[in-house]
Design a protein around this ligand. Structure first.
Ligand code: CO
Length: 283
């Protein structure tokens, strides 16, 4: 006879809480590195999470001119501002507030991401999601999702969840066909409300608070804090004072990671090949 564990024993706990690290990337864009910094080098399958947020054009105007990627996926979620992207496969698009771009770089792509504004707030996230060895050299693919294509689910008490990837209740987000089976939710909770969600028990998961504050199992997360979660099939987040956060989860790959700038492979030899292929124009 199978003994069922109670819900509480499978509830995810906070394993670590930390702030991001201020840095710059691209042609000098100021940002906060949340994952991919010294204290949180990665969280398999997530290699990096950056928050960019400034209303001073000097901090973002130079953007991210032409640069390559191979072996993983870049996910841009815009909260405010407009970013124009263009790549060497002929894809072009405008990322506007509330939109998502899920780019599977696969075997290689060269692209640019440049601000389409000269003042005002630019705010959003870029997440890097690793690809399993078998998909690292796949054909590049874009999923470009307009704000109105991201479903919004109501939470008791007036909260709302934008479902980018994964499912909440019967509502499934528009991102599909991603190897690590990700969950990516943007959750806004008014003061005094809470959000409970089921997650695949073995997926790695984190919560990053970007407005107000939130609480998980007695740990308070201020704005700009990431909580790394234990495994478990359920998470509960409350917001006694109101807050907004992303909840992201994915299936860990458990494969060796060899990283060199914008290339993420499994071995050093594959990295050398990536650099050689890029330099000889094979992207
Ligand atoms: Co890029």
């Amino acid at each position: 006879m199978t003994v069922l564990k109670s819900d509480a024993s499978n509830l995810r706990r906070v394993v670590a809480v930390m702030a991001g690290q201020p840095t710059s990337d691209g042609a000098g864009v100021k940002l906060t590195r949340v994952i991919g910094q010294q204290r949180l080098p990665d969280l398999d399958p997530f290699l990096m999470l950056d928050e960019f947020r400034s209303d001073d054009a000097k901090d973002y105007i130079a953007g991210f001119p032409d640069h390559p990627h191979r072996g993983f996926e870049t996910v841009t979620y815009m909260l405010a501002g407009r970013m124009r992207h263009e790549d060497n496969k002929g894809n072009k698009g405008l990322l506007r507030p509330g939109s998502v771009q899920w780019m599977t770089a696969g075997r290689g792509i060269v692209h640019s991401e440049l601000p389409e504004q000269e003042d005002g707030l630019m705010w959003g996230f870029q997440l890097w999601v690793n690809l399993p060895a078998r998909d690292k050299l796949c054909e590049p693919r874009y999923q470009e999702i307009a704000p109105e294509e991201i479903p919004e689910v109501a939470v008791d008490g007036g909260g709302k969840v934008r479902v980018i990837a994964g499912s909440v209740g019967g509502t499934t987000g528009p991102i599909s066909g991603v190897a690590t089976d990700p969950t990516y939710l943007d959750v806004a909770l008014p003061a005094g409300t809470a959000f409970a969600h089921k997650l695949p028990a073995q997926h790695n998961a984190f919560v990053y608070v970007f407005e107000g504050s939130a609480e998980i199992g007695g740990d308070t997360l201020a704005r700009g804090r990431v909580a790394v979660l234990s495994q478990g099939d359920r998470i509960e987040v409350s917001a006694p004072k109101g807050g907004r956060f992303i909840l992201v989860a994915g299936r860990p790959l458990g494969e060796p990671v060899a990283k060199y700038g914008p290339f993420v492979m499994n071995t050093v030899d594959e990295l050398r090949q990536a650099v050689a292929d890029f330099q000889s124009g094979k992207f």
